[in-house]
Design a protein around this ligand. Structure first.
Ligand code: ADP
Ligand code: MG
Length: 726
């Protein structure tokens, strides 16, 4: 039987109770699960310190010496046991508050020990509480024995010499694993050290080398450590060098299989689904391009439209991600691509994450199209009754050419005559499952264009959206002045008001945004209400709107509309305005408690201004005392307006797990060892290698690759998240 598949219960040191703990707390049920429960750090125990060299600031030290007396102090709860410990260069106290009996019984004054723990200073004397203690290695004992006088009982101040404890040459424990455990586990004896015992027992079981999990040609090609060696060294590194090799090997493998899974899915999708072929650029596109387009397209917009056009006539279904910073003109691209679909007898559907955005898209598209014979309709939760029936009918007959809507458009009763293109705006609110639902609306799946203004770092995109081709609009329409970003403290309010007054006098409008992390948090709402009151008082000559998530949708829309129509001058709101809203006359964005926002979110908010030709400002207000990371985050915003740069920094400062959208992306993945923020190079290597496998062996006939497909099947079975992709 395969040892890795064995129930963890039967591993030495586990038993039924701990097995339950392992299963509940870590999801470990088999020996194989334990094998892939990697340490999160390593403690260097290759070095033995001298007592005279240690101080209370060292994280951990390892000492070699002898206990020369025990002392019991205090009563009841305050009771503790102290062992006076010396190594010939000085002495320290080992202290126990718990497990006193055990310690007194198991350690004695005669033997040399290796002691490990964190030194702290207490009453001017260094002590180690609850040290890990083990017998010193054999040859040291032999030496100690020959130095007879050292071990006389009751020796209070033994005449120890430094040379009596020269253990380094033979004692080498090296890098010791630290495992994450929970409080519950610790109570059940599964501390990090407890886990280390289990992994040690596991390796005793694994007598045969573990089977290789990558084809030998790939291992050779990248000079990787063997799988067996890598898992041994990841738990018990034989040297720092070996640890690095083991990490590289396991990270590569992990990322490789994620990529292989994605790329194989892409290949299957291409084989399974033919794409509708859009042959012609016809009447609508040309008429729009030559007669209705109010401005010259940017070079980036032209390039992107060409890329999309090439996809749509290729005979393959398009699945493309369009990344473009806020204000880069994605809506126009969507419209022009939709016109191509219409020219080829198809309908297009544009999906936005909120009603406000959907309505805004509707207005924008209609304004762009002017008197062109293209019918654009809206479908959201608020479109009801007769209106709704009309829209639904128009979709079935084909008289509606472009449908703009929220996720209401994916409901089952929304049927199209011939849906040829789906555009999803602000992707991070939609999951893969929802995307897939739209495909089903046509016998041949429509082309899919996913648009996002949240720039995604390459490494993340390759994993989260690894099944999509990527186009980038890396150019803003001409004539935009970069937004000036300023960091100010609460105390600077008079200066902020000055700036506001100046801009208002010039007829501009202002956003003030408050954080609202959960819509239920009363505190936040209070901040916003107080802010609203204060602003209304401070600017009596101007009208102030207020919008937050607790309001009814209709009220929210009305207030937004007032602001958009310039009927109000200042909009005080929570992050409901985050995505997409377009009020070109607004020139100041003030973000309160900026320290509470993520970088991408700040960038999105900032993108609400700077949409006209005049100078715009973004003021990030924070309290005076902020942490170092927060200060750096805000500084990134001050230093750059480049969304990609910001996204990279965000990934570095926060780590990929926290990035907005990763949870909802639908293509969730569970990385055990690789880190998308740091392992970009390994990821690129892994993706290229996986692509080479798919390209060179599309029919999966190469015997050498069998191991890959078997392993992939296994991984997909055991890792639920991976299943999400197909
Ligand atoms: P986003 O990419 O954030 O969705 P929008 O599509 O809302 O950006 O475009 C922002 C603004 O820029 C809109 O007012 C739009 O009309 C305008 N715009 C788009 N393309 C161009 C262009 N080529 N030249 C000038 N203005 C443009
Ligand atoms: Mg947009």
């Amino acid at each position: 039987m395969n040892i890795l598949a064995q129930d963890i219960k039967y591993l030495q040191g586990v038993g039924p109770q701990r097995a339950t703990l392992l299963a509940n707390e870590l999801g470990i049920t088999t020996v194989g699960d334990l094998l892939t429960y990697y340490p999160y750090k390593y403690v260097d125990r290759s070095r033995i310190y001298k007592i005279r060299d240690i101080d209370g600031n060292m994280p951990y030290v390892q000492l070699c010496g002898q206990i020369f007396s025990f002392e019991s102090i205090g009563e009841g709860r305050g009771k503790r046991l102290i062992a006076h410990f010396a190594d010939g260069t000085g002495s320290i106290d080992l202290v126990w508050f718990q497990g006193i009996k055990y310690a007194a019984k198991n350690y004695d004054c005669r033997k040399p020990y290796i002691v490990f723990g964190k030194p702290t200073v207490f009453n001017g004397h260094i002590q180690i509480a609850h040290p890990e203690i083990e017998n010193a290695p054999e040859d040291l004992k032999a030496k100690a024995r020959t130095t007879g006088n050292l071990f006389e009982e009751e020796t209070i101040n033994p005449n120890l010499q430094e040379s009596d404890f020269e253990a380094q040459p033979t004692f080498y424990k090296g890098l010791c694993p630290s495992y994450n455990t929970s409080e519950k586990m610790k109570r059940g004896g599964l501390t990090s050290a407890g886990m280390a015992k289990l992994t040690a027992n596991m390796f005793k079981l694994l007598k045969e080398p573990l089977q290789e999990t990558l084809p030998s040609y790939i291992v050779a090609q990248h000079h990787l450590m063997s799988y067996d060696e890598a898992v041994h060294n990841i738990h018990y590194p034989s040297s720092p060098e070996a640890l690095r090799h083991a990490q590289l090997r396991l990270k590569f493998e992990e990322l490789f299989y994620v990529q292989l899974n994605i790329l194989r899915y892409v290949k299957d999708r291409q084989l399974r689904y033919k794409g509708i072929v859009f042959n012609t650029i016809g009447e609508n596109f040309n008429s729009f391009f030559y007669h209705h387009l109010p401005f010259e397209l940017t070079g980036a917009q032209k390039r992107v439209i060409k890329e999309i056009r090439a996809d749509m006539k290729s005979g393959r279904q398009m699945n493309r991600l369009l990344q473009g910073d806020v204000g880069s003109g994605k809506t126009l691209v969507a419209l022009m691509v939709a016109l191509i679909a219409i020219d080829n007898g198809c309908q297009a559907c544009i999906m936005a994450p909120t009603e406000i955005l959907a309505e805004q898209h509707l207005d924008t598209l209609r304004a762009f199209l002017g008197d062109m014979p293209v019918r654009v309709e809206l479908l959201t939760g608020s479109v009801k009754g007769k209106r709704r029936t009309e829209v639904l009918e128009g979709l079935v007959t084909g008289s509606v050419h472009i449908l703009v809507g929220t996720h209401a458009v994916i409901e089952d009763n929304v049927l199209f005559h011939q849906l040829g293109l789906v555009v999803i705006d602000e992707q991070h609110r939609f999951g893969v499952a929802q995307r897939a639902k739209l495909w089903m609306k046509n016998s041949v799946p429509p082309h899919v264009l996913v648009m996002t203004a949240t720039p995604i770092p390459r490494t993340l995109a390759m994993t989260l959206y690894g099944d999509l081709d990527v186009s980038v609009i890396d150019e803003l329409p001409p004539g935009r002045k970069p937004i000036r970003t300023i960091h100010m403290f609460d105390a600077h309010r008079p200066r902020i008001y000055q700036l506001m007054h100046r801009e208002l006098q010039q007829g501009r409008q202002i956003y003030i945004v408050y954080p609202l992390i959960k819509e239920t948090e009363k505190m936040d709402l209070k901040d916003l209400e107080a802010g609203f009151e204060e602003i209304s008082r401070a600017f009596p000559d101007y009208k102030v709107s207020k919008v937050h998530g607790k309001m009814k949708a209709a009220d929210k829309d009305r207030e937004m509309q007032h602001f958009a129509n310039h009927e109000t001058h200042i909009l005080v709101s929570t992050t409901v305005i985050e995505v997409g809203v377009n009020v070109p006359n607004a020139s100041v964005m003030i973000i309160e408690n900026a320290e509470r926002f993520g970088l991408s979110q700040l960038h999105q908010l900032r993108g609400r201004v700077g949409r006209g030709a005049d100078q715009s400002y973004c003021v990030l207000v924070s309290k005076y005392e902020i942490g170092e990371t927060t200060r750096r985050r805000i500084q990134v915003m001050v230093d750059t307006t480049d969304g990609f740069e910001i996204a990279e920094q965000d990934l570095k400062l926060r780590g990929p797990g926290d990035l907005e959208g990763t949870q909802q992306s639908g293509m969730a993945f569970d990385l055990k060892i690789a880190n998308l923020a740091r392992d970009g190079q390994i990821l690129t290597l892994a993706r290229d290698t996986a692509q080479a496998v798919i390209t060179s062996d599309p029919e999966e006939r190469n015997q050498q690759n069998n191991i890959l497909w078997t392993r992939l099947r296994q991984l997909r079975k055991t890792n639920i998240n991976w299943g999400a992709i197909s």
